[in-house]
Ligand binder design. Structure first.
Ligand code: MSP
Length: 507
């Protein structure tokens, strides 16, 4: 059976991870975990983009071999995945032989079928940034200072005839209106394709860039950035072997908006099509985290160190914040203040306190077991109806990648449970001698436990660790799939209520 195959972009190995990278991993992880909860077999790939000029430069600056440098950076990104509880099944590095072999076989195929040709290019070259620049890069008729000295040079390179597949791509996009999610971005791609496509330069001479994959038909050149990087999505799942069809075509490539056009929406489908491989099914495109309105990046330096935040508040709090705050596809401004508000109010007050209140009352008013629920009264009926509506909406949100909304609904329900606790006020009922009040007390604790069980199940993709603790404390299992576990009424009667637990220490 084919797996639901989902990938992240592979990060450049030229600096430490920042919030943007961490977000993309969490987002993709929530996609993967929610599909698994829906009972779908999932294969989740992430990895590292290790070749290229910038990496070569960074290594040189530190006086180490590029492979030594990228191995260290790859280690940091792998650690980030572990620290964030990312459930990836594989981590590909573009320096691995399994990757190089596939890149070279695609290049050879395209060369043999006449889709790759050699040509000379004359242009302005900046030695400082080691890149061709054009007059469009000039500011007021002058070359910007950061380009350093500009020389006019002629260079031979290899080019991929992508222009010849332009019509095919436009047709494919017209036939698959939801190829790019969210849809407004698909319109941008079609707009871009109104202009004729230039052929794509895919090589660099070895004397200028040694840190790349050699072209199989000319060892004086290595392949350049995108041809190498994009191919990871197929090299990691055994392109050329039988198992490839267990994964391909990929269901979703999760990427940031900066690498949609042209790499993922133009080069990649065309490269695949030219090689006789089916295009991806969808691209899920997220926006940027900004700080004071500017994209957070390595060069904005101070950025936000996700590892420090995880160390301080826990992986799940970080996961919750980024998923709750950002609507997939839109940009979002990061601020520590906003983070702390969510942390203290949603996680600490609404969820954390509710659990600790329940456990506390359990140990004071019962034998630390979930009591039996009596006949539901109006408040109980309201809670149940609220749950039914919440879950119907949240499940649909999970399907549609509206994770912020799934969280909003579920936390709305959790706040409803808090209100319910205030209404029934079990702490007051506990003071009464009336047996009817005893029934109400037990009913209210049972209702709170059941409500927390359902909320905990619903939040599993985003808060896997916290929910496992929460479910454990109320004696509920962690369901592998949602089906059969999301209806009100799976009685927890008699299950042990655990020790009082602080899920989110106040900050
Ligand atoms: N190596 C290429 C991708 C090759 S995929 C075949 C690359 N690397 S990157 O390290 O610059 O970016 C990796 C991912 O992180 C991209 O999807 C990018 O959009 C995302 N982010 C980088 N900064 C970001 C923010 N400030 N906010 C959200 N995500 C952003 O591009």
């Amino acid at each position: 059976m084919k797996s639901f195959y989902v990938t992240t972009a592979i990060d450049y190995a030229n600096g430490s991870p920042h919030l943007g990278h961490a977000y993309e991993k969490v987002l993709t992880d929530v996609v993967a975990r929610s599909r698994r909860q829906m009972g779908v077999p999932v294969h989740f790939l992430t990895g590292m983009d290790e070749h290229g000029q910038k990496v070569q430069q960074s290594a040189r600056r530190e006086g180490v071999e590029p492979i030594e440098y990228t191995t260290r950076i790859a280690g940091q990104f792998q650690q980030l995945c572990r620290d964030l509880n990312i459930s990836n099944d594989d981590f590909i590095r573009t320096t691995e032989p399994r990757h190089r072999e596939v890149v070279q076989s695609l290049l050879q195929q395209l060369y043999d079928q006449g889709d790759i040709y050699q040509a000379e290019y004359s242009g302005y070259y900046s030695t400082r940034i080691e890149q061709f620049v054009t007059e469009r890069d000039q500011v007021d008729g002058q070359w910007p200072e950061e380009f350093g000295e500009i020389q006019e040079i002629t260079e031979t390179n290899y080019y991929f005839r992508q222009g010849k597949y332009q019509e095919w791509l436009v047709g494919m996009l017209r036939d698959n209106e939801d190829f790019v999610v969210p849809r407004f971005r698909q319109k941008q791609v079609l707009e871009f394709l109104k202009e004729p496509l230039n052929d794509l330069c895919i090589s660099r001479p070895v004397e200028r860039l040694a840190w790349g994959i050699p072209l199989p038909f000319d060892e004086n050149f290595v392949t350049y950035v995108w041809f190498d990087a994009l191919t990871n999505y197929i090299s990691a799942v055994g392109y050329g072997t039988e198992r490839f069809s267990d994964y391909w075509p990929v269901d979703y490539h999760v990427i940031g908006k900066d690498i949609l056009l042209p790499p993922h929406s133009v080069y990649w489908p065309i490269m695949l099509h030219a090689c006789g491989i089916a295009p991806p099914q969808h691209l899920l495109v997220h926006g940027w985290w900004t700080i004071s309105g500017a994209k957070m990046s390595k060069s904005t330096g101070a950025g936000v160190d996700p590892l420090a935040m995880i160390g301080q508040y826990g992986a799940d709090a970080f996961r919750y914040f980024v998923m709750r705050e950002m609507t997939v596809g839109q940009d979002s401004e990061f601020s520590e203040e906003l983070f702390l508000t969510r942390y203290n109010s949603d996680l600490g007050n609404d969820l954390g306190n509710l659990l600790s209140r329940l456990l506390n009352m359990g140990s004071r008013y019962t034998d630390s077991r979930v009591p039996a629920a009596g006949e539901p009264g109006e408040p109980e009926r309201q809670v149940r109806a609220h749950w039914a509506e919440t879950w119907e909406g949240a499940l649909e949100d999970y399907r549609e990648f509206l994770f912020h909304s799934a969280l909003e609904r579920t936390f709305g329900f959790i706040r409803g449970l808090n209100r319910y606790a205030e209404t029934r006020a079990p702490w007051k009922l506990a003071k009464s001698e009336d047996p009817a009040d005893r029934v109400l007390l037990e009913t209210s604790l049972a209702t709170l436990a059941e409500g927390l069980r359902l909320a905990g199940n619903a939040l599993l993709p985003v808060l896997p660790e916290v929910c496992a603790t929460l479910l454990d404390r109320i004696g509920a299992p962690v369901p592998e799939v949602w089906e059969g576990h999301m209806e009100w009424g799976t009685s927890l009667e008699g299950q042990g209520l655990g020790e009082r637990t602080i899920l989110f220490p106040r900050s």
